[in-house]
Structures are given as structure tokens and as C-alpha cells.
Design a protein around this ligand. Structure first.
Ligand code: ATP
Ligand code: MG
Length: 395
């Protein structure tokens, strides 16, 4: 058994000692069987949330309405979710209500794919009523039960299928692939935020190339923000060297670079990203689209470290280059200053030296000063700046 499961064993044991069933489930069991790094361990139990709370001295109601209670064991937090079925589905979205049940098999039945519907008990035995292990051996993604029904219940599962193709380098079995083709339009009803989560994982997977081809072949892009009619851009994106990709911001930058939207910020806003992400990625996008042949000191300074890293890594990925980020950071490091805070004089000094009251001149003078110093025409010392300011005033 993997160390990460061993550490979590006391949680299972406490539940079973109290007379309940408890298992490891979901992505952790799948990733263990694949030999992939396990992200986090999810636990499913026959105990109802109130019963879980009686067993553990301290619990957190992180998702209590869905039956999830978080507990802490040896400094690690674990989510314990009561076996459940997911009542009625409205509008092809995740159901609002869930029903708690005592049957593991019924809990596994509501899961999306057979590879995600395997449970493992405290002794390391697998409970695999839908033959998920076979699917894993065959590298296949198969819906649990009838794929049409399952995609009707929750259309996001189609995005998840493609995301798993990318992360695991598996393929959809024929029935699941067919159901994707026939039901993709249901994705129009799925909340953007849920699509965004899957999309980021998709673009960061090791078989992103294959996943993007599947996405375009099945026409799913039509239901993703700003990607209607962008098949070619997505296929181009698929050819870039994604193995270097680590960062979510760079993912969005590359997507924008492939799609070339009229307004990057509008495009990113459609994916409901945070304002901070939109701002940084849009700035990086402008710079990437207008990539300098030689980076001047002012180019580097006004880009700033974060944007330089983003633009540099996107450039490396698009053009299969090495060392671009390092080179940009080296040049950036050699700048005399990196922000206004590093100037050896501030507004108060400027007013004292000139005897002038605050006003618009101050902002203009500081901006000019910044440029002089960045471009190496003036040294960043209090004396030099004073001389320059007094000179400037007398001009
Ligand atoms: P990851 O490694 O990215 O976390 P995961 O398989 O654990 O992958 P989660 O979103 O964490 O994915 O979901 C945990 C489990 O819950 C899944 O393995 C699956 O059994 C089930 N699940 C998640 N989302 C759905 C869904 N939309 N429909 C049905 N089952 C789902
Ligand atoms: Mg998970």
C-alpha cells in the first residue's frame, strides 16, 4: 500500500471500529493503480455525516450538504463523504440534492467513469463492481453504465472525459466517445466555472495534444467561451511544447496566443477568471504579441518580473526554445532599479529640493526620473538625483 494511504489508515480504522464501512475512493485509488502520483486521498463511508462527527473529536463542515465532513489525522486533512446517490438532475447540471445511503456499490454507481468508481479497503483489497481495473489496464475511459444517461445527468462529465485523456493519456471507449459526439450540446447548460476548472487541468496534462484533437474532432470547442470557430487555433495550440508548462497563468497566455482574441481581457473574462489573472495575462499577451527583437531596459522594466517570466515561458513553449526566461531574468536583474520604490529619492525630497508645492509636476518628474535611471543616463544616488531635479527645474 502506498505511504499516503498508510498515513490515512487510522481514519478508516476509526470508522470501521464504530461499525461502519469505510474505503479509499475516487482519483487516489485510480492514480495508485496507474502508478501515478496521488494528489489527495478521498474517503467514502456508510456513516452519515452526524455519525462521522460523533466519531472524530474535531470536524469541519466543508461540504456538509453533499455529505462531506473534513477531519484531521496526524496533521493532514481528509474529506470523508457519506455514500450517496444524486437524486434528480435538472437541466443537465449537478443535482442540488443528494440522498445518503448505506451501499458502497450504489455510491460507486453514481460516479463518472469506471476507473473512478473503484474502492479500496483498509487491507488493500479492491471493490470494483464496474470493472474499473480492466479499463485502467486497457487505458480506457468508460462511463459507468449508459454514457448517454450519464452525460445527460451532468454534461460536465464530457469535459472531464477529455481532461482525463490529457492527464492520463487514455482514450474513450467507443460508446463513451459516441455519446460525447451526440450529447456535446448539453455543455451549453454547464456553469463556466466548472468548465474552467477542467480546462486548466486539460491544458496541463501530458497528452494535451491528443486531448485537444479529440476536443476539436468531437466539436466540443463550440461550447467553450470564446472558442467557437477556433478549431485551427486549438490544433495549433496542440503542436506547442507543453511539457514545459507548469503555471496556470502561462496556460491562459498560451491559449490567448493561439486564439488571438481581439480583446484578451474580454476573452479571459468570459472564462470567469479573477481580475488579477485577467490583468497580468492581458499585459503579458500584449507583450508576447509585440515581442521585442532586443529587449531594451525600458521594455524589461515596464514588463516587470512576473510578466517577463510569463512571456518568456510562453515563447519557449511556442517556439521550442530553451533559456529564454533565464536570459530575460538575467537582463532584468541587471537593471539599476526594478520599481519606483528603489529610487533613492521620493516626492518629499523633490518638493524640498525645488521648494515647490505638490502637484501634477511631481508625478511627471518622477516618471521622467525613473526613465533616466532605468536607461542608465542618471545614477540612482540622492546627490545625482538632486542635481538632475534642480537642473530640470531651471530648464
Ligand atoms: P483529480 O486527481 O483531478 O482530483 P479526481 O478523479 O479525484 O481527479 P475529483 O473532481 O477530485 O476528480 O472527484 C473525485 C471523484 O468524485 C471522482 O474520481 C469521481 O469518482 C467522482 N466525481 C467527480 N466529479 C464527478 C461528476 N461530475 N460526476 C460523477 N462523478 C464525479
Ligand atoms: Mg480528487
Amino acid at each position: 500500500m502506498d505511504e499516503i494511504f498508510k498515513q490515512a489508515l487510522p481514519v478508516l480504522q476509526k470508522l470501521t471500529a464504530a461499525g461502519f464501512e469505510a474505503y479509499f475512493v475516487g482519483g487516489s485509488v485510480r492514480d495508485f493503480l496507474i502508478g501515478r502520483k496521488i494528489a489527495d486521498v478521498d474517503i467514502a463511508t456508510s456513516a452519515f455525516p452526524e455519525e462521522v462527527k460523533e466519531i472524530f473529536p474535531k470536524t469541519y463542515d466543508t461540504g456538509i450538504e453533499h455529505g462531506t465532513v473534513t477531519v484531521r489525522e496526524n496533521g493532514t486533512f481528509y474529506e470523508i463523504t457519506t455514500f450517496r446517490t444524486e437524486g434528480t438532475y435538472e437541466d443537465f447540471r449537478r443535482p442540488k440534492e443528494v440522498t445518503f445511503i448505506r451501499s458502497l456499490t450504489e455510491d460507486l454507481r453514481r460516479r463518472d467513469f469506471t476507473m473512478n468508481a473503484i474502492a479500496m479497503d483498509a487491507a488493500g483489497r479492491f471493490i470494483d463492481p464496474f470493472r474499473g481495473k480492466e479499463a485502467i489496464t486497457a487505458k480506457q475511459i468508460c462511463a459507468v453504465g449508459d454514457p448517454h444517461e450519464r452525460f445527460h445527468e451532468d454534461a460536465l462529465r464530457m469535459m472531464r472525459a477529455i481532461r482525463f485523456v490529457s492527464q492520463l493519456d487514455f482514450q474513450l471507449d467507443q460508446a463513451t466517445r459516441q455519446a460525447l459526439q451526440e450529447n456535446k450540446a448539453l455543455l451549453a447548460h454547464t456553469a463556466v466555472e466548472r468548465k474552467t476548472t477542467e480546462w486548466v487541468k486539460l491544458l496541463q496534462g501530458k497528452a494535451v495534444n491528443k486531448a485537444l484533437k479529440l476536443l476539436v474532432d468531437s466539436g466540443v470547442e463550440v461550447y467553450l467561451p470564446g472558442l467557437q470557430g477556433k478549431q485551427e487555433a486549438l490544433l495549433q495550440l496542440a503542436t506547442w511544447h507543453f511539457s514545459k508548462l507548469q503555471d496556470e497563468l502561462a496556460t491562459w497566455l498560451l491559449l490567448a496566443a493561439a486564439v488571438k482574441p481581439e480583446s484578451a481581457s474580454q476573452f479571459l473574462r468570459a472564462w470567469k477568471l479573477s481580475n488579477k489573472t485577467i490583468q497580468v495575462v492581458s499585459k503579458a499577451y500584449e507583450r508576447l504579441m509585440d515581442y521585442p527583437e532586443e529587449w531594451t531596459a525600458t521594455d524589461l522594466y515596464y514588463a516587470g518580473e512576473q510578466v517577463l517570466c510569463l512571456v518568456g515561458s510562453a515563447f519557449e513553449i511556442m517556439y521550442a526554445k530553451d533559456g529564454v526566461v533565464n536570459e530575460l531574468l538575467k537582463q532584468y536583474g541587471e537593471l539599476p532599479i526594478h520599481s519606483r520604490d528603489e529610487l533613492m529619492a521620493d516626492g518629499r525630497d523633490l518638493m524640498a529640493w525645488t521648494g515647490k508645492a505638490p502637484g501634477k509636476w511631481l508625478k511627471i518628474t518622477i516618471e521622467k526620473l525613473e526613465k533616466e535611471i532605468v536607461q542608465g543616463r542618471l545614477s540612482n544616488t540622492s546627490d545625482a538625483i538632486k542635481r538632475w531635479v534642480v537642473d530640470e527645474e531651471s530648464r
